[in-house]
Ligand binder design. Sequence first.
Ligand code: ATP
Ligand code: MG
Length: 463
Amino acid sequence: MISKPKGTRDIYGREAKIWKYVEELIDATMDKYNYTYMRTPVFEESELYHRGVGESTDIVTKETYDFMDRGERHMTLRPEGTAGVVRSFIENKMYGDNLPIKVYYNGPMYRYERPQAGRYREFTQFGVEVLGSNDPMVDAEVISIAVNIYSMLGLENIKVNINSLGDTESRDRYREALINYFKPHINELCSDCQERLLKNPLRILDCKVDADNELLINAPTTIDYLNEESKKRFEDVCSYLDILSIKYEVNPKIVRGLDYYNHTVFEVEADIEGFGSQNVIGAGGRYNGLVNQIGGPETACMGFATGLDRLVLALEKEEIKLPINEGTDLFLMYVNEDEKKYALYLAQELRMAGFIVDTEYTGRSLKAQFKQADRLNSRFSAVLNSEDLDNNEIKIKNNKTKKEAVISLDTLIYYLDENLNAGENEFGDDADKFLREHDKSCDGDCCCGDNDDDCSCGNCHCH
Ligand code: ATP
Ligand code: MG
């Protein structure tokens, strides 16, 4: 048997419905914020991620899926979304457009990691990027998007940690201070951190191995190295978050490993029991240096990414009930070939009218089809009986109340609409009453007796 590659998952059934719900909510929310959807390639030239110069990050040094294509070009499966968006921003000269560019993406990312719950080799990230504004209001807006999406999904137990690395000057001073602080104690750090000391000392503070080491706990904090301008900027971000009633904690230990971050950095933790160390569901920050590093003009940017796998896991762990559409509106049953053809035709008509319709595909007996309607959780079911069809009628059964009604096929759409959307069937099984109220077809004589073209009785469709 061929099995899926290590660290990948098949998402199907109920879980896939949750994913779809989450993704639709994201799309609808991003529309409100006026961010446009963007897709970039899943693989890019390796150079985009392995930029040679700069500091080291786990993502780039240990986690990328690199390969040579048949044309002997070095390619990398994207480990994150920002670099691709920035590459596209530069390549498509978006910096010449009306700034800022506000975009979001949602798609698979690849990292060669040790798989465990909430940590996969293929996972999905939704992220937003704002390119071309250094306004602290953007920082607050981006953080608020993350928080609002989690809270709209009903995820209450989250914690937002924010910090500021300051501008380049502040960050450099802090970097220097960290090196001086750790240098005499280098042997007390894990082997990865020893390597990080000169390349990316900030990343030491993020280390999971050394997390409880006193050295890390007492390390200098970024806040003490912010210059006045950076301090003021950070205060502005905090005050804008207050305006949005976003709860956060200033946590000087949040540094984000990537070397292009400056000013605001943040992480959103799911404060959920049993979530283990993979509890950071989203993270982001300001990256004013990246566009320039990749070859574009100096551009102030801010973004964040959230792992949908971890987000969905959090929803499940918290047993959050989402309004996921379970079941179908109508299940069409039939026995003979003529009835089957009609089922095929009618299912299509009703689907185009907006109903969720299913029918029989495996030649089950009528009895087994009733069971199938139950299994599919169908709100209504109908047997397409040739005799009824000849009379232009259909027998329809409300599977909840078990009541049956014979109605004219012409009014089926009204009938379903009325019963499904009103929740209750106000007509019960009184199909005649239903027809009186809803049959708006006109036999030529206007029901109000007024046959003028400008009839305004509102009771019929004849004009
Ligand atoms: P971690 O510290 O857990 O390794 P990270 O700092 O590598 O996270 P980012 O690069 O900031 O994570 O990615 C943002 C989000 O993407 C994370 O908060 C997480 O939800 C998700 N994510 C990152 N790596 C994985 C993975 N291997 N599997 C599933 N989700 C992931
Ligand atoms: Mg990681």
